[in-house]
Write a protein that binds this ligand. Structure first.
Ligand code: GRF
Length: 195
């Protein structure tokens, strides 16, 4: 079976992207990272992708101003040029329109640093500590037009420890993210999930 061609969309350091790249080094892994796209020209993850011989593209949202459709048109062109079959959002800090999301329905994943449906949105670790939850974690889900919603593909919890800070909790959750994203992509690439 040929490996599914995956694009990873990033805006920053790209540690989840790196975890996905690592996973694809196993020849039996059912997907390959064919493209990394960033909307931020100097995102740290771009250099790491290039070092791994992966094609990169920058689609800067700034010149498009409020014209989200035009930005997404450019994004879509890059994905088509590289014959992408599955999109993985990994710290990609732009909201996508329903049009774009529907086009990639059941073929686009996101990772969120919380146990969805709890703590959608930003600052999840700070809010989890403020809420006093005993368990926190990370979720990989299919992307639907509503933000941080959509069918859950993989999820793993971590204990919140007494004395945890935003940083210590984030680090523990990030380790889980790096584990469950490759697992979730594998399931999707193998077509082992009901859609
Ligand atoms: C991760 O915590 C991810 O869950 C969130 O943004 C962060 C991105 O980190 N959406 P990285 O760029 O993958 O290192």
């Amino acid at each position: 079976m040929s490996r599914k061609r995956v694009a990873v969309l990033i805006s920053g350091r790209g540690s989840n992207m790196a975890a996905l790249i690592e996973a694809t080094k196993d020849p039996s892994y059912p997907a390959e990272i064919a493209l990394v796209v960033s909307n931020v020209p100097d995102a740290g993850g771009l250099a790491m992708a290039q070092k791994n011989g992966i094609a990169t593209a920058v689609v800067d949202h700034k010149p498009f101003g409020k014209d989200r459709a035009a930005f997404e048109h450019a994004l879509q062109a890059a994905l088509e040029q590289h014959r992408i079959e599955i999109v993985c959002l990994a710290g990609f800090m732009r909201l996508l329109t329903a049009d774009f999301v529907v086009r990639w329905q059941a073929r686009m994943l996101n990772i969120h640093p919380a146990l969805l449906p709890a703590f959608k949105g930003l600052d999840t670790h700070k809010r989890a500590l403020e809420a006093g939850v005993k368990q926190h974690g990370a979720t990989v889900h299919f992307v639907v037009p509503e933000m941080d919603a959509g069918p859950i593909v993989a999820q793993e919890a971590v204990d919140v420890r007494p004395g945890d800070t935003e940083q210590s909790l984030a680090a523990r959750v990030l380790a889980v993210e790096h584990k469950i994203y490759p697992l979730a992509l594998k399931l999707v690439a193998e077509g082992r999930l009901p859609r």
